[in-house]
Design a binder for this molecule. Structure first.
Ligand code: CA
Length: 260
């Protein structure tokens, strides 16, 4: 009998430890990746649990740890495996794999950037198929509420890729525009006339979701094309102020934020 009790006790201890261990994995390691890095300067790039102020439960993000601090990644594309032609619910909630290509989700980007005291820098990294890279940084990045269509807010541009958010010609500034997907239209086209083409929905021609403004010059969520692929005018990953659109599609992209 005594042996049985001891045996049961051991099982309970193992079960308790196992439960505690799985709980421990969801413990927040900081309010964002810069906070994780400031607590542990040798922290390496990878997946971490974070919990921004005012958010009920921690969530996972990929942290890009650099000498200038910890950046919270919210977009990464490097291949065709993760499809970006998804609807509003998918862009709102996020999709893909944190260690590979993914979109963190507009709700989480909102949760990270909504605070009044903290201002954020947005960094967009771009890679082409010829081994070149360029970047665009924007001060005061945040997205609006769900009700506003997660409206894009940026201020000062700095970088080597050019300011494709504001556009390569007038009237297509994406700053201040809501996010659009195939089932959500905030793009300012009703319709837009491009030459002899009438375009009513940018998400339908460009693919994926984005802060389209009369479509515009930045569009990183279209269909992925390997080098040498035939690319249509609107399809692909575009940052027109760096690489003129047709018939070019970028090799890889990354979007991430850090407090200013
Ligand atoms: Ca429209």
């Amino acid at each position: 009998m005594r042996r049985k009790v001891r045996y049961c006790g051991l099982i309970l201890v193992i079960l308790f430890c196992y439960t505690e261990q799985s709980k421990a994995s969801a413990v927040s390691q900081g309010t964002d990746c810069s906070d994780v890095k400031s607590k542990k300067s040798q922290a390496s790039s990878g997946v971490y649990w974070i919990q921004p102020n005012g958010v009920r439960a921690p969530f996972k993000v990929f942290c890009e740890m650099r000498s200038d601090g910890g950046w919270t990644v919210f977009q990464r594309r490097s291949g065709p495996r993760v499809k970006f032609d998804r609807n509003w619910a998918a862009y709102k909630n996020g999709f893909g794999s944190f260690t590979q290509d993914h979109w963190l989700g507009l709700r989480k980007i909102f949760a990270l950037t909504k605070g009044k005291t903290r201002k954020w820098t947005l960094r967009v990294d771009l890679w082409d198929h010829e081994g070149q890279t360029a970047f665009a940084e924007y001060s005061h990045f945040k997205v609006g509420t769900d009700k506003s269509g997660f409206k894009l807010h940026v201020k000062k541009y700095n970088g080597t890729a050019g300011d494709a958010i504001r556009g390569v010609y007038k009237g297509i500034d994406q700053n201040g525009f809501g996010f659009s997907t195939i089932d959500k239209d905030n793009d300012g086209c009703d319709p837009c006339i491009f030459g002899d083409i009438a375009q009513a929905e940018c998400a339908a021609s460009e693919g994926g979701g984005w802060w389209f403004s009369r479509c515009g010059s930045a569009s990183l969520h279209g269909e992925y094309h390997p080098a040498g692929d035939h690319i249509g005018w609107a399809s692909g990953l575009h940052w027109d102020s760096w690489k003129t659109r047709a018939p070019y599609s970028l090799k890889a992209t990354r979007m991430m934020i850090k407090p200013m």
